[in-house]
Structures are given as structure tokens and as C-alpha cells.
Design a protein around this ligand. Sequence first.
Ligand code: INS
Length: 335
Amino acid sequence: ETLRVAVIGAGRMGADHIQRLSKRIHGAEVAAVVDVDLARAQAAIEGIPGAVALADAEEALNNGDVNAVLIATPGFLHEEILLKAIAKDIPILCEKPLTPDAESSWKIVQAEEKLGRKRIQVGFMRRFDAEYSALGQVIRDGELGELLMLHHQHRNPTTPAGFTNEMLINDSVVHEFDAIRFFTGEEITSVQVRLGKATKNAPAGQHDPQHVLIETESGVLADVEIYVNAKFGYEVATQASFEDGIVSIGGDSGPYVRSNGRWGGKVTPGFEERFGAAYDVEIQAWVDAALRGEIGGPSAWDGYATAACCEAGVEAQKNGEKVAVKLNAKPALYS
Ligand code: INS
């Protein structure tokens, strides 16, 4: 059996997933690529036998050759496609964010609950990064005692056109919200955002960097430096403080070169390089689970809970206060 995947959105992430599905992933093939820009969809299916290019997501979902969907459009377009895909009862991989706000994410959770089984896996790929998963294991094994604090650095070289101030939270810090929930196994209870001195390199309307302070149910404190116009390259790193030790992950790795009176190495340019291997593991886990009728990673509940964190974060950006995260009761389907 093979997943015949419709990839919706042939932009930066979609194009990356199309290559992955057609070259590296076992048990899945690209059946259709959808993009409002049909020429972009056509370019994306080049060299992929049996794949069709379409301009409309619904047409792809109704195509008899399609039995799974990977949604890689911008977040504000996810809700409509998700509801249609849930109605089709097919495996869904939805890139983050699930949707841009808690209310629409809750609608998705409710639609899935009504369906009665988990069909949606949300694209939080950090859980599949070798170092992130190793740190998760250290925390669960308790080998360094209790986890007390998490310090996150999230730095991007630049932002694409149209990246708003809210997107620093909704598109970027959403990854840390998920990572913190993944590490602690707890929900996040509050978010505060402090706006300090800003770089001149940010586009108008964006305050960059920002400092985000987060608390979990048991009182683990986490902070995030989100800095999306950092110029030098792409960097996502975490330092975890335990009772009996400190663990750092995500720093640059070798080769370290000494030459001409200098030492150093190359900085990772973007998320495709930084998380390429994690995306491969993530998509393979999705495919393997989908072929068994299950999901292989974070669920729509995780998408909803992080959306609620983002909503608190965006409010906190505006008022500078510590904002409580409001969550509806977790449906039995997700526990
Ligand atoms: C991207 C992507 C990256 C993240 C960026 C975000 O959409 O999710 O992993 O580092 O901040 O804008």
C-alpha cells in the first residue's frame, strides 16, 4: 500500500516536502501538487511520474488518485483545507501553525473529535530532531534530576515579505511553545513578552528581537530570544538547567577549521538545512503511521494548545503583561 499525497502549496516548505516525498520517503508518492500559481505547481511536479499540477485544493481532494494530504500553504489558509480533508477522512500532515488563532484551531479539534479518530499530524519537526529528541529522553529518564529552566535562542537571518510583528509569535515562537510542551509534558500556563532595544535591520512594523517568558503547570520557567533579522544565519538552540546538570543542544557543529590565523566553521543558512534530517524522520513517521490508520507525531490538540499560547503571546506583545493561556478541556480522543 502507498500513500498518494496531494501537496497543497508549492512554496518554500511545500517544494522541500515534494522533493522529500518523491526521493527519500518510503511508502508515499506525490500524486498532486496544488498552488494558486499553477506555473509553480507545474514546476514542482517536473520529473515526478504520475503527478498532476492543479490550482485548486478541493479538486485535488476529489481526485480519485489522492488518498492523503500535506498542507504547506501559509497558516491563514489551513482551516478551510483542513475541514475538507477531515470530511474526506484521509491522513493529513499540516504544517505549523495548525491555524493562526485558538478559536479556529478549536474548530479543527472539534471536527476531528466528531470524526472519532486522529487524522491530523501537525508539522512540529523539532520533536524529530536528533538532539531535541535526545534532550526529551534525558528529561523523561530523570537522569539529571528535575528540569528547572529552559533557555531558547531562535534566530533567523531575515524574514520573508509580509512577515508581521504577530508572526514572530505565531510563526516562529510557536515552535518553542511546542518544544516546551514536548519537553515538559505539561501545558503552558502563561506568556509574557518584553520588547527591548530593537535592531535597525527589521522591516517597518516589526519589533525585533523580542524576549518571551513562559511558565508551565509545574512552574518550569522558559525564555525565548526570538530574533528574526539576525543576519548572520539560522540558529535554533536550547539550554536546559536541571538539578544535577546543564544540557545544551542545537549549537553549530563541525567541521571546525583552523586556517590563516583564524578558527571557525560555517553557520547554517536556513531551516531546510538545520532541520532537513528532522523533516525526513517526521514525514516518514507520518507515512508509516498513516498506513496503519494512525498519526505519528503531534496532534491537532498540540496545534490547538500552541495556538492558545500564540494568542496569549500576541496579547502579551501588546500589553507587556503576563497573560494567562486559556485552554478548553482536552477531549478524550487526545488523552
Ligand atoms: C519559519 C519556520 C522556521 C522558523 C521561522 C519561521 O516558518 O517555521 O523553522 O525558524 O522562524 O518563520
